[in-house]
Ligand binder design. Structure first.
Ligand code: NAD
Length: 501
């Protein structure tokens, strides 16, 4: 669909509610900035409480008496699969929108868009396999069975790093379970999510099942606080996650939280070093480190530390920064100027606290894009264990390299942060690999690989990295509730007030 434009050429987007693109109720808007050029390219409504109310009403109508409720589960599943097909057909167009907003490489975003349908195929296939049970009570005259029922309207709040992907990770199981959704995408990246919501209806999903309200954090807050939103699925930073959990808790609404990480990537001295170095490198510099599972702490055995770090630094200096749409570019800009400022200030404080800068740490001069939010791939050594840089997420291309001497030491260090999203282990020793996998306090542990994910393998955080799981059978459970139904089948009258002699 072609958006209207303002007099200065910015595209004008709207909310997507009940199958229609609608303007915000109070006319307030915000601009989306292209991080490669530093220039605005589109405006979006800054959703008010009234806009959220409208979207929730549409989702509620589609759920309770609307067509989503009356479709059988297998038809619901087939529509989700068709939505997957429509996204697949639009992959290039949507990827281009994503790059324009978050500056990630086009080839990465298009690859991501091409796997997103797998989530809709998997959960579409699960829709008619949601079964209750017959409970074997000790009372033979009573039939007791369970029904697995949807919760109602699910509020989905997502971040900017993989906007459509993370939206579908929440929406696919929620919709397969029979719920309807209101999505509040990141204010940095709403365009692709709006586009994908429109495709839901192109695929035959009834209007009102998938709604999008754009806006800043306050719009998300309205959604979390809305009395008729039965559940929140939130993906984002730990600070916002705490606020969301507190607001949802105030009205006892359940929430799934997928939050940040400070993931350790551990290389033992018996590892296949070429593979380990590639894993460390991609773990922190792919997507400019703007992934929740970024392997931002590399623990490298002391006997190989100098050599491995030397090679990592040499490679990092050669990373080609530039236009994220160009096939030869290896790293695009940071998604926002605020995020780049955060990278700079965290690196600056680490240096003040005694860290040593091995490479990067500055804004590179990119002649083609002088106003883009670029930041060099950065590697620091001498990073103290209890320092901010070792304990807190940067969400950028900043790697701390840390030597270690033995297994116990590295397990203690790796586990000693508030986070627990993911971890990597590189070793040829099978026993050690499994000892480490068991000992690491993380929702995902990769052995001799890094940064893999699949629609059928659970993903989520230990400790403050989150509550609940995306993907696999675990995820659909989080969008269902269980009803226990009791039926007396005998004709006997049960009256506790009548004394039987
Ligand atoms: P963020 O927390 O700033 O924002 C995420 C979303 O929450 C946005 O849509 C924002 O508008 C909204 N929001 C902000 N305050 C809110 C409030 N009080 N109530 C309701 N909604 C609110 O995060 P970000 O900067 O967009 O994304 C980066 C973070 O996301 C990183 O910490 C990253 O690790 C995390 N992340 C986690 C996963 C995962 O699966 N675990 C995946 C991707 C990103």
């Amino acid at each position: 669909m072609n958006e209207a434009t303002t007099h200065d050429g910015l595209r004008v987007y709207r909310h997507h509610i009940a199958g229609r693109d609608v303007a915000g109720s109070d006319g307030r808007t915000f601009a989306s900035i292209n991080p490669t050029t530093g220039a605005p390219w589109a405006v979006f409504p800054d959703g008010s409480a009234e806009d959220v109310d409208r979207a929730v009403a549409a989702a509620l109508a589609a759920w309770t008496s609307g067509p989503w409720a009356s479709l059988g589960p297998s038809k619901r599943g087939r529509l989700l699969m068709r939505w997957g097909d429509a996204i697949s057909e639009g992959a290039e167009r949507i990827a281009e929108l994503e790059v324009r907003q978050n500056g990630k490489l086009y080839r990465e975003m298009v690859a991501q868009l091409r796997v997103i349908p797998d989530w809709l195929y998997y959960y579409g296939g699960l829709a008619d396999k949601i079964e209750g049970r017959v409970i074997p009570l000790d009372r033979p005259s009573v039939l007791n069975y369970t029904r697995r029922e949807p919760l109602g309207v699910v509020g989905v709040i997502t971040p900017w790093n993989s906007p459509v992907f993370l939206t579908i990770l929440a929406c696919a199981p929620a919709l397969a379970a029979g719920n309807t959704v209101v999505v509040k995408p990141s204010e940095v990246t709403p365009a692709g999510v709006i586009e994908v919501a429109r495709l839901a209806e192109t695929a035959g999903i009834p209007a009102g099942v998938v709604n999008v309200v754009t806006g800043l954090g306050a719009t998300g807050k309205h959604l979390v606080e809305h009395a008729q939103v039965a559940k929140i699925s939130f993906t984002g930073g730990i600070e916002s996650g705490r606020k969301v959990a507190a607001a949802a808790g105030a009205r006892l609404a359940p929430c799934t939280l997928e939050l940040g990480g400070k993931s350790p990537n551990i290389v033992f001295d018996d590892a296949r070093l070429e593979a380990a170095e590639a894993g460390i490198f991609a773990g922190i510099f792919a997507a400019g480190g703007q992934t929740c599972v970024a392997g931002s702490r590399a623990y490298i055995h002391a006997t190989i530390f100098e050599d491995v770090v030397g090679r990592l630094v040499e490679r990092a200096r050669k990373i080609e920064l530039g236009d994220p749409m160009a096939p030869e570019t290896q790293m695009g800009p940071i998604a926002t100027s605020a995020q780049r400022a955060k990278n700079e200030s965290m690196v600056g404080r680490a240096l003040e606290q005694g860290a040593r800068l091995l490479c990067g740490g500055r804004r590179p001069a990119i002649r083609q894009f002088p106003n883009g939010f670029f930041f060099e791939p950065t590697i620091l050594s001498n990073v103290a264990h209890d320092s901010e840089l070792c304990q807190n997420e940067v969400f950028g291309p900043v790697l701390a390299v840390i030597p270690f001497h033995d297994e116990d030491e590295v397990i203690a260090r790796a586990n000693d942060t508030a986070y627990g999203l993911a971890a990597g282990v590189w070793t040829k020793d099978l026993s050690r690999a499994h000892r480490m996998a068991r000992a690491l306090a993380a929702g995902t542990v990769w052995v001799n690989m890094y940064r893999a994910m699949a629609f059928n393998s659970p993903f989520g955080g230990y400790k403050q990295s989150g509550i609940g799981r995306h993907n696999g059978l675990e995820a659909i459970d989080q969008y269902l509730q269980t009803k226990s139904v009791w039926c007396e089948l005998s004709d006997e009258v049960q009256d506790p007030f009548v004394l039987r002699t």
